[in-house]
Design a protein around this ligand. Structure first.
Ligand code: BGC
Length: 736
């Protein structure tokens, strides 16, 4: 970590010690610091004690980096700011700590390496976490992030990404947790809960409908409001109910006519009104358009040097002086920020600098990667591999170096060794982040360790003919393919870049025992699928990813990941075959009609009877699980009970999924419950799941509530959205 960081340790320690001393020595009582009072009362008391300048000081903050928009003065960061995504100064007079903000959901970021030598546990992609279908693991991930954030001096984690994977080309899908509102809301909610249990405030982001990265600053996203409530907003609603995040980060894009951070319908009506969200809305970095955004529900301007002006500083003061923004609104904004600080306990549990427990981090990264890898195809039981091959050809993907990670603000510098960076380059605001970073967990090394007597040879895959020649001389070939994806960019299509499809074809032609390992942040199309017997989706598997891949290949781990996102056969099968706005100038105003409404992902394929290549929920195991003895009961909600049995010879985990297939005479397909459970050979267990009634109904925007039509409801337990097993039905008598 070096001298620079130890100096900072002293400064931060001193700040907290000083505020503690000030508390002890203060003549005035400071009842808002009394944790036995409710967060609401504490916030009210603190607001009453604040001066107007103190109030304004909480409403905006810079990106804590030496960075300015062209033509603007660089911000002068106070010495106590930790170089990172954001900083909002505290109010020492009142014992209110500063907000030290860091990215994000996959590990504690160190943007542009501004904290030299500071590394962190690099967890697998959000999609890998989602593929575990394991809320406990999501909680553990959130808690780890909270602990590491705290140990580096941070008290706000800009995590909890809950945007639905509506477009399989969205460059940030890897950060998020899939295409289904129940799965995404549950996993994001548990992550948030885990983080906040460590006294680190978590956000949930990016609110809302930030479903594409192309022209994200100017994109106008259009959708039917009721359909939005039933899909993307439902994911956020569930995440907020489960996790109680202190803050919600509004998005860059517009939604139905107003930019998300100045969108009264989204922020005031839905989030704060209908859902009663008591915390604060912080802007995304550079997403504020003016002081009037405060009148639409925005409470705090983040990364202010990225906006065209620091809107919530002088301009907002001015608007208040001219009675355009009422003082009561300023008080409400401040109260919301303080309420979350008190609810999460950031004043009484300040970050304490310490060495992070990197071993615990590595163990969790490995656990998530192992459980999140999805075995998509395994013809003839090629996998698991025996350790007795004479020669294995490892091809491509820099598998001799490490595993790929996703880029942008979620990029983590891994704690387990030097990462290799490959600058890819390009143009656009985020072009500087276009650097493919390989976490130092080389699959080749782990494979060699798993098969010590095997000759393991590597070919870069640059020339298909060379790779094929090597594969022909080997007992089997493992082709690693990568696609770097990142914030700020969508991928234009689902193909593998740099000729990797041709590479797979050539290798599979040379050796029929070819296994493909995907390291991507989204689904891929697979023109070669019939030529290869085995395929693994490893996502961006994090800093222990190489080990996890080898463990699955050789059977040390029985694969249990299930797809949290549909893999279509071809782009033509997707909702919008051509990437909207591909080629538009970066800041040109553009729009997308999300005409599929609430039929996101598997729901859209089902509604249009388009068979996917690999379905949502799909994933193989080295065991075989069966589901039977299903009963469905009605009443207030639908309750589905069934048994799961492991008919295989290995211990393993299954993820039975309960889908609603008919609702009061209407054919539907909706995930209404899931459970990940481990069973030994021959073991059997009964599972009972009750549906969240919102998943059974629809939202009536005119009435402003959910409607569950009385009638017969049918549900089925399945292995995926297209492999449904036993089903049953029951009546729901009255609307909620
Ligand atoms: C991203 C956010 C991130 C913020 C701070 C923005 O560009 O959209 O997800 O938290 O930067 O780094």
């Amino acid at each position: 970590m070096g001298r620079w960081l130890s100096l900072r340790t002293v400064v931060i320690g001193a700040t907290f010690a000083m505020s503690g001393l000030a508390f002890a020595a203060a003549a005035e009582p400071r009842p808002w610091l009394d944790p036995s009072r409710s967060p609401d009362e504490r916030a009210r008391l603190a607001v009453a004690a604040m001066t107007l300048p103190e109030k304004f000081s909480l409403l905006h903050g810079p990106m804590a980096l030496p960075f300015a928009r062209p033509g603007r003065e660089p911000v002068l960061l106070p010495p106590e700011a930790i170089p990172s995504a954001g900083f909002v100064p505290g109010i020492p007079r009142l014992g209110i700590p500063a907000l030290y903000e860091t990215d994000a959901s996959l590990g504690i970021a160190n943007p542009h390496g501004v904290r030299p030598g500071d590394t962190a546990t690099a967890l697998p992609a959000g999609l890998a976490l989602a593929a575990t279908f394991d809320p406990q693991l999501a909680y553990a991930a959130g808690a780890l992030l909270g602990r590491e954030a705290h140990s580096k001096g941070f008290n706000v984690l800009l995590g909890g990404g809950a945007n639905l994977a509506r477009d399989p080309r969205n460059g940030r899908n890897f950060e998020y947790v899939g295409e289904d509102p129940l799965l995404a809301g549950t996993m994001a909610g548990e992550e948030i809960r885990g983080t906040q249990d460590q006294h680190v405030i978590s956000t949930t982001k990016h609110f809302a409908l930030n479903a594409n990265e192309t022209n994200r600053y100017t994109l106008e996203a259009r959708i039917d409001p009721a359909a939005l409530r039933e899909s993307d907003l439902l994911a956020f609603e569930i995440a907020i109910e489960r996790g109680h995040p202190g803050a919600v980060m509004c998005a860059y894009n517009g939604v139905n006519g107003a930019h998300a951070c100045g969108n009264g319908w989204l922020l005031d009506r839905v989030l704060k009104g209908d859902w009663g969200f008591p915390g604060w809305v912080m802007s995304d970095w550079g997403a504020v358009h003016g002081p009037e955004d405060a009148l639409q529900g925005l409470d705090q301007e983040s990364g202010e040097q990225l906006d065209t002006s620091s809107w919530f500083d002088a301009a907002l003061k001015d608007a208040v002086a001219r009675h355009q923004v009422p003082l009561a609104r300023i008080d409400d904004m401040v109260r919301r920020i303080l309420r979350s600080m008190f609810a999460v306990g950031v004043a009484e549990h300040p970050p304490v600098r310490a060495e992070a427990d990197l071993e615990a981090g590595a163990a969790l990264a490995l656990d998530i990667a192992r459980k999140g890898i999805v075995l998509l195809k395994n013809d003839g039981g090629l996998l698991p591999l025996a350790a007795d091959a004479r020669r294995i050809a490892i091809i491509g993907g820099f598998a001799q170096i490490g595993v790929l990670s996703g880029g942008g603000s979620a990029q983590v510098i891994p704690s387990n060794g030097p990462a290799v960076e490959v600058p890819i380059g390009g143009h656009g605001v985020m072009a500087g982040a276009r650097v493919a970073l390989f976490d130092p967990s080389a699959p080749m090394r782990a494979i060699q360790a798993a098969a010590p007597r095997t000759e393991v040879l590597y070919d870069a895959g640059a020339f298909p003919a060379d790779a094929a020649a090597l594969a022909a001389r080997a007992d089997l070939a493992i082709v690693f393919v990568t696609r770097h994806e990142l914030e700020g960019f969508d991928i234009p299509d689902l193909a593998l870049p740099f000729g990797q499809d041709m590479l797979i074809e050539a290798v599979a032609h040379a050796n029929p025992r070819t296994i493909v390992v995907l390291e991507t942040g989204n689904p891929v199309t697979m023109p070669w699928i019939n030529a290869v017997p085995a395929v693994l989706a490893a996502w961006y598997p994090g800093q222990e990813g190489g080990q996890a891949i080898a463990d699955v290949l050789f059977g040390a781990v029985n694969p249990s990941g299930r797809l949290p996102i549909t893999f279509p056969r071809q782009l033509a099968d997707t909702v919008r075959p051509t990437l909207p706005n591909l080629g538009a100038e970066e800041f040109a105003p553009v729009s997308i009609d999300y005409s599929e409404g609430a039929d996101v992902g598997y729901r859209w394929y089902a509604a249009h009877q388009i068979p996917p290549l690999f379905a949502f929920g799909q994933g193989l195991s080295y065991s075989r699980f069966i589901h039977d003895r299903l009963t469905v009961t009605g009443g207030q909600t639908l309750t589905v009970s069934f048994e799961v049995e492991n008919r295989g010879t290995r211990r393993g985990a299954d993820v039975p999924q309960v889908y609603l297939t008919a609702a009061a005479g209407r054919r539907v397909l909706r995930l209404i419950g899931f459970e990940r459970l481990e069973l030994g050979p021959g073991e059997r267990r009964r599972i009972t799941l009750s549906a969240d009634w919102r998943l059974l109904g629809s939202y009536d925007e005119r009435l402003g509530r959910w409607i569950v039509t009385p009638g017969v409801y049918r549900a089925s337990v399945g292995h995926s959205a297209v492999e449904l097993g036993p089903d049953g039905e029951a009546s729901l008598a009255r609307s909620q």
